[in-house]
Design a protein around this ligand. Structure first.
Ligand code: ADP
Length: 673
């Protein structure tokens, strides 16, 4: 086995490969660009070498330079991951010339599948069923159009060199053809420097089902079953699952055999994926073959119990495949959801920013998180905006799906717009549960899937308001912000009488007026909250950034973070990000300062720092107490005065007793006159 592996990639896939290499006792070398100096993959590797400036073309795509680095550090193999140089025949060739093992297929196989047109020619000869279409040399507009006309619309124009959904255009009628072709060619030229096009019959509601294959250098080949990757936006996958629902053993074997036939046709070795479109009538058509490890390989790992990176390294090391076909089987069901920094409500536009909060769900035998970032990292403009892959497994689809939706509710990110809430809505939607899925899923279900204020924001308004009320109360309980202190408990202080407050919440561009009336005492405080023409009866408490709220008799748990832009409340797969427009809740209406002060537990009065009736500023310390060997200052919730202290310095007080009476300024002046 190789002693040192260089990983010519970054981010989550570098981290993923490093984990397996470590387990196998192989030393790892990471690369980093300027932007990635502090990246997780750099910290995880045994060595890391600077490869260039931040843009990919100056760093992770610098084939020659990477080879030089590999030679310098004495790496005897290079794993290219996915993307970047993973399907670059020139790079694979350079590795070979320099006696470095390229962890991937032979150069000839990469070349054969490098062009979608050439690949289709090879598959046609190998008698693998193809999506009907034209993939020949006549690239004239009239020539291509006549093929489209013959095939009948709609058709799909595709760049032969394409990838990532670029250079692709649907054409619905003949009159749109020329413009669509020109646009697709322009895009292909700017993305791939190659505008060779092919025309395919556009299947209107197919599924994307792909087969994971593996071949070794001894003529053995197996398929590790299928993945359904139909849920896509912009022709790019965001949710994958394995096995594909509704698959029969016969169809699985047919597709598996067809995929192996494709691999054999090009003398394949290593990990590969043969992508098919599957029609509702069970017909499947070859689309393309990816000659590398796929982003979504973890779902296959979860259902087969195999480590595909280990398989890759073994095959690259000239070992036979670890298992034969009959030793492979499917166990349970797995999903992968790609967590992206992107805005589903703005055409999935990539987003950038600093991950000020990054709280993934806890990993277990059911939940796996593959990521390359940690809290505080930047999602930059330079690379793919994928933050992580959330992978779940369970015995069957329903159970795995329940794991997925739950894990999504536990994934909390701030600082960057993400698709988490969108993924939650998608995976908990009726059609997704009911397997009514094809590649048009997102478009068809847009109404249900896109975030909408009525459904997604408004139900969280009372939670947001309740949080402000409770945290305000906590802040007033002590001037020492110590959340473990008994004096910080939300029930430490109570209103003597009913008490009205007005708040304003800024959510996005909308301002919501909130009216709160507060009754009861201690942990029994009830907040009647009126917001967006709805009344809610609320109570709750805050503990370690968790808000336990009961709203109209429904108790739920929310996670809350406070940050420079305001607050985020994560609850039931939804999130509300808001600001309170009211600087301080203590300065509220006339009777706001009528708040009583209740001792939450036994303690001693250490000092009284103001005179009764003396006018004090908001925040001024009134009394100091000691409990559990710690001192706690009690401060004025607003400008005003203490009308009466019920204890003096040195007194022991019991939990639950009232300590002093406080009045707002107006009341104090009345007393004075
Ligand atoms: P890329 O290499 O750019 O990712 P693919 O050829 O893999 O492009 O296609 C990406 C997606 O586009 C497929 O998963 C499928 O959803 C859709 N697609 C591709 N070809 C067709 C077709 N002929 N009819 C309908 N949808 C298609």
């Amino acid at each position: 086995m190789f002693t040192k592996l260089l990983i010519a990639n970054r981010g989550e896939i570098s981290c993923r490969i490093i984990k397996t290499a470590k387990r196998m006792g192989i030393l790892t070398v990471a690369l980093y660009s300027d932007a990635d100096q502090q990246a997780l993959h750099v910290k995880m590797a045994d060595e890391a070498v600077h490869v260039g400036p931040s843009p990919s073309k100056d760093s992770y795509l610098q084939a020659e330079k990477i080879i030089q680095i590999a030679l310098k550090v004495g790496a005897n193999a290079i794993h290219p991951g996915y993307g970047f140089l993973s399907e670059n025949a020139t790079f694979a060739n350079l590795c070979e010339q320099n006696n470095i093992v390229f962890v991937g297929p032979p150069v000839s196989a990469i070349q054969a599948m490098g062009s979608k047109s050439a690949a289709k020619n090879i598959m046609e000869q190998a008698k693998v069923p193809l999506v009907p279409g034209y993939h020949g040399d006549d690239q004239s507009t009239d020539g291509l159009k006549s093929h489209a006309d013959k095939m009948g619309y709609p058709v799909l124009l595709k760049a032969a060199a394409g990838g990532g959904g670029k250079g692709m255009r649907q054409v619905w009628k003949a009159t749109e053809f020329n413009d669509a072709l020109a646009a697709a060619k322009r895009e292909a030229m700017s993305s791939f420097n190659d505008d060779l096009m092919l025309v395919e019959k556009y299947l209107t509601a197919p599924r994307h089902v792909e087969i994971q294959i593996f071949c070794d250098n001894f003529g053995n080949g197996v398929y590790l079953f299928e993945r359904d990757c139909s849920v896509q936006r912009r022709h790019q996958k965001i949710i994958e699952e394995a096995p594909a629902f509704g698959m029969t053993e016969t169809l699985r074997a047919q597709m598996g055999e067809a995929a192996l036939k494709a691999a054999k046709a090009i003398n394949y070795a290593g990990a590969g994926t043969v992508e098919f479109l599957l029609d509702s009538d069970g017909q499947f058509y070859f689309m393309e073959m990816n000659t590398r490890l796929q982003v979504e390989h973890p779902v296959t790992e979860m259902i087969t119990g195999q480590d595909l990176v280990e398989w890759q390294l073994r095959v690259a090391n000239n070992e036979p495949l670890p298992l034969a076909q009959d030793a492979l089987s499917i166990h349970g069901h797995a999903f992968e959801a790609r967590i992206y920094a992107e805005d589903p409500n703005n055409e999935f536009l990539p987003a950038t920013g600093r991950l000020s909060l990054l709280q993934p769900p806890i990993e277990s035998e059911y939940v796996r998180v593959d990521t390359g970032v940690v809290q505080g990292d930047e999602v930059s403009v330079f690379y793919d905006p994928m933050i992580a892959k959330l992978i779940v497994w369970d015995e069957n689809r329903d159970k795995a799906l329940a794991r997925l939706t739950k894990a999504l509710t536990e994934y909390h990110i701030d600082g960057v717009v993400t698709n988490i809430e969108f993924l939650y809505k998608l995976t908990s939607s009726g059609p997704f549960k009911a397997e009514q899925i094809d590649t048009g899923f997102i478009e068809k279900n847009q109404d249900v899937l896109l975030l909408n204020d009525e459904q997604d924001v408004k139900p969280l308004l009372p939670v947001a308001a309740l949080y402000l009320m409770l945290s305000n109360q906590q802040n007033h309980a002590t001037s020492i912000p110590d959340r473990f202190s008994p004096w910080s408990l939300s029930n430490a202080w109570r209103a003597n009488e009913q008490h009205l407050q007005n708040l304003e919440l800024l959510v996005g561009d909308n301002t919501f007026a909130v009216q709160v009336s507060q009754t009861g005492a201690g942990s029994q405080i009830i907040y009647d909250i009126k917001v967006a023409q709805q009344d809610y009866r609320c109570s709750g408490e805050i503990e370690n950034n968790q808000l336990i709220s009961t709203i109209n008799g429904h108790r739920t748990l929310a996670n809350v973070t406070a940050h420079q832009d305001g607050y985020s409340v994560f609850c039931d797969g939804k999130v509300i990000r808001f600001k309170s427009l009211q600087a301080d809740l203590g300065e509220t209406q006339d009777n706001a300062a009528d708040t009583g002060f209740i001792a939450p537990m036994n303690g001693t009065v250490v000092a009284i720092l103001v005179e009764p009736q003396q006018l004090v500023e908001k925040g001024q310390t009134l009394m100091v107490m000691e409990a559990m060997k710690m001192e706690h200052s009690l401060t004025a919730p607003a400008a005003g005065c203490v009308s009466e202290f019920y204890f003096k310095a040195g007194d022991l007080v019991d939990g639950g007793v009232e300590l002093l009476a406080f009045q707002a300024t107006q009341e104090c002046s009345k007393n004075a006159t």
